[in-house]
Every structure is written in structure tokens, then in C-alpha cells.
Design a protein around this ligand. Structure first.
Ligand code: PLP
Length: 400
């Protein structure tokens, strides 16, 4: 083991990827498995975006590009920030990477010194803490509750800030809870941050367009322009544009930070795939109406899943405002015994037994620092979701 770097021993493999891999393995063995673990839409990438990629190949746009994005894509991103968020970035303030994940990774690795603290409202996306740890920083989780709609309260943020706080990492709509913050909710947090000029804001707006029931999306630098000069606004094409496999993410932020991120990327992956970048130009500049059509489907699925899960014994499932996840509590199942005699001591036991006994794969809340709960992705065909929820109801009904 001494051969492997200490830094790697600080982190865990992605739990969501681990569950999805296990589900695929069981399926390959012939088991009847429904996987609700992956964070990706089941919809195909829109045709105009695919056509733009094909055209890029035919035009020979297949060479190395500028490390952090072609000028055409940076221009499309600047236009998007202005159009959707009222944020005015120059192309020199834009960084493009291989997925939002790389952009977040670059920003954290480029700024963290040993012991620097990063405030992360929990439950949170699985990768934040591990990237912080890899960079030598210290994740500081601040819990939120189901009763507060999984939204961070300003007093809790204030309490978590220390002289060592470098970043406040914000994510709305949230993975895994689907919670979305209103402009008023965000203002309360940005008021706190204004009092602490050494704290920078990293906002992960990946689920911007996946917001329902008339709720509106807001991002911190838009709500509080006073924070613009210390905010990195991260976004990507994976979720709303159904482009998870293409790997394209981006951010807008102060030039010195963007330059540092480029320096790091120049010594790792270099540019994101040239073909994907041209597809990204079309995605951002082309028609956006498919997003609303997809959202109509997502809302129906969310409502179905929430209703069915609330009929499962021991499960309480709030109705989230956005993303494509529900995050039900399984507190009422802890301490019970399954049909095959397994005792459920925590949410990992719950999802493990559910997978073994009913063939439904979900991710346990502990992976997101929020127990006892589990995450279901409803970005799956409606009939499949219905069958999965029936199985969950049966599983819970059999608990003794
Ligand atoms: N941020 C959040 C909250 C996510 O859920 C994900 C993907 O699951 C990402 C970032 C990274 O997305 P990608 O690297 O595909 O752009």
C-alpha cells in the first residue's frame, strides 16, 4: 500500500458510481434490477446538438484547442450568463472543462492550502468533500433538515465561518435533495457572506434549468452583485441538455482564478474534446424549448414517486422544487428486520437489502452526509419508476 499516495488514501471512490456499477453487474448476472442510482436524464441529446458535433468532425474541427475553451464557446457562455442570470462576464473570465466536475476540481485544487476550510451544506453531492480532501483542505459540513426544506439557514452559515474558511460551496437546486433556494433565501446567506470578505463563493448551478412549479432559479452573484468579485459560478451541459457522456462544464469568475484553473488544466487533460465544444456552442445558442418539454415529464414523474413513496411504511418523502431526485427519510425502517431476516441498522443496510431482496438500486444517505435517508433519481421511464416504487412499498410492508 505504501506505493499509493497518501493523498489518495484521504478519499473514497464515488458512492453513486459504485452503486450504479453494482447494479450493472447484478443485471449482467441475469437479475431483474431497476437502477435509480444514476444522476443522468434518460432523454437523448437533442438532434441539433448531435448534428453540430457531426458537422465539427466533417469540418476537421478535431485538433487541440485552447486549453480552457474555444472563443466561440466562451462567447456562447458569456451570452448565456447574461441572458439567464444577468451576469456580465468577459471571455477572459470563463473557464471550460471536461464536465462540471473538472471545473469544480480545478477551482478547489488551484486554491486550497493545507487546512483551508470549505463550508458545504449537507446533504451534499458526493464529490465535493473528496475533492476538498484531495486538495488538502477540510470539508466543514453544515447540516440542513427536512423540516427546513433542506435549505441552509443564515445563522448556521455564520456559525460555521472561521478565519480559515476559504470557500462556501453552494448548490441549488441540490443533488441529492432537489431543494431550490428562492432569491430571498439566497439573500439571507449572501448578507452573511458580505460580512466576511475572506470567504469566496463557489456556486454549483448544474441543475439551474430543472426547477418546477413556478419556482425561479437564482444564483448568488445575481442576488448580491457585491459578491461578484469573489464568486465562481459553475454550470454545465450534462443535466439540462442531456449531455452527461459528452463531458462539458464551465464557470465564470475573477480572472486570476480562471488563469490558475487554466494552468492546472494545461498540465492534466488540456482542452475538453473539440467536437464536444462545438456541440456545446449549438446547445447554448440553439433552441432551448426542449428543456420545458422535458421538465413536464420530470414533474409528472416526481409527483408519482413522491406519492407512491409516501405510501410505503416507514418512509417520508418531501416534494422537492428541482433537479431529478427525491430524498426520502427511511427513519421509520431503522431497527426493523427484512423478509429475509436482515436487520436494518442504518440507511446503507436499507439500500443494500432493497437491492438484494427487490432488485431496486438507490444510493444511501450516508454517501451524501445526510442520514437516515436515500436518494432516488427519477430520470427514468415512468413505467419503470412505478414498478420500482411498488417494490419499495412491498419491501417496506414486509419489514418487521
Ligand atoms: N455538480 C452536481 C451537483 C452534480 O450532481 C454533478 C453530476 O452528477 C456534477 C456537478 C458534475 O456534472 P458533470 O461533470 O457531468 O458536468
Amino acid at each position: 500500500m505504501g506505493f499509493i499516495a497518501d493523498s489518495l488514501n484521504r478519499i473514497q471512490p464515488s458512492a453513486t458510481i459504485a452503486v450504479a456499477t453494482k447494479a450493472r453487474q447484478l443485471k449482467a448476472e441475469g437479475r431483474d434490477i431497476i437502477s435509480l442510482s444514476a444522476g443522468e436524464p434518460d432523454f437523448d441529446t437533442p438532434q441539433n446538438i448531435k448534428d453540430a458535433a457531426k458537422a465539427a468532425i466533417d469540418k476537421g474541427q478535431t485538433k487541440y484547442t485552447d486549453v480552457d475553451g474555444i472563443p466561440e464557446l466562451k462567447a456562447a457562455i458569456c451570452a448565456k450568463f447574461k441572458r439567464d442570470n444577468g451576469l456580465v462576464y468577459k471571455p477572459s473570465q470563463i473557464s471550460v472543462g471536461t464536465g462540471g466536475k473538472q471545473v469544480l476540481y480545478n477551482a478547489l485544487l488551484a486554491t486550497l492550502n493545507p487546512g483551508d476550510e470549505v463550508i458545504i451544506p449537507a446533504p451534499c453531492w458526493v464529490s465535493y468533500a473528496d475533492i476538498v480532501l484531495l486538495g488538502g483542505g477540510k470539508p466543514v459540513f453544515v447540516p440542513t433538515t427536512m423540516e427546513q426544506g433542506f435549505r441552509l439557514q443564515p445563522e448556521a452559515l455564520e456559525k460555521a465561518i472561521t478565519p480559515k474558511t476559504k470557500w462556501f460551496l453552494f448548490n441549488s437546486p441540490s443533488n441529492p435533495t432537489g431543494a431550490a433556494y428562492s432569491d430571498g433565501d439566497i439573500k439571507k446567506l449572501t448578507d452573511v457572506l458580505l460580512r466576511h470578505p475572506h470567504v469566496w463563493v463557489m456556486t454549483d448551478d448544474m441543475y439551474e434549468h430543472l426547477i418546477y412549479d413556478g419556482h425561479k432559479f437564482y444564483t448568488p452573484a445575481q442576488v448580491e452583485p457585491g459578491l461578484f468579485d469573489r464568486t465562481l459560478t459553475v454550470n454545465g451541459l450534462s443535466k439540462a441538455y442531456c449531455m452527461t457522456g459528452w463531458r462539458l462544464g464551465y464557470a465564470g469568475g475573477p480572472e486570476p482564478l480562471i488563469n490558475a484553473m487554466r494552468k492546472l488544466q494545461s498540465q492534466s487533460t488540456s482542452n475538453p474534446t473539440s467536437i464536444t465544444q462545438w456541440a456545446g456552442v449549438e446547445a447554448l445558442n440553439g433552441p432551448q424549448d426542449f428543456i420545458a418539454r422535458n421538465n413536464e415529464v420530470f414533474v409528472k414523474r416526481r409527483d408519482l414517486v413522491v406519492a407512491m413513496l409516501n405510501q410505503a411504511k416507514g418512509i417520508t418523502c418531501p416534494k422537492p422544487e428541482g433537479a431529478f431526485y427525491v430524498y426520502p427519510s427511511c427513519a421509520g425502517t431503522i431497527g426493523k428486520t427484512t423478509a429475509s431476516g436482515k436487520t436494518i441498522a442504518n440507511d446503507e443496510d436499507f439500500v443494500t437489502a432493497l437491492l438484494e431482496e427487490e432488485g431496486v438500486a438507490c444510493v444511501h444517505g450516508a454517501a451524501f452526509e445526510g442520514s437516515p435517508a436515500f436518494r432516488i433519481s427519477y430520470a427514468t421511464a415512468t413505467e419503470v419508476l412505478e414498478e420500482a416504487c411498488k417494490r419499495i412499498q412491498r419491501f417496506c410492508g414486509n419489514l418487521r
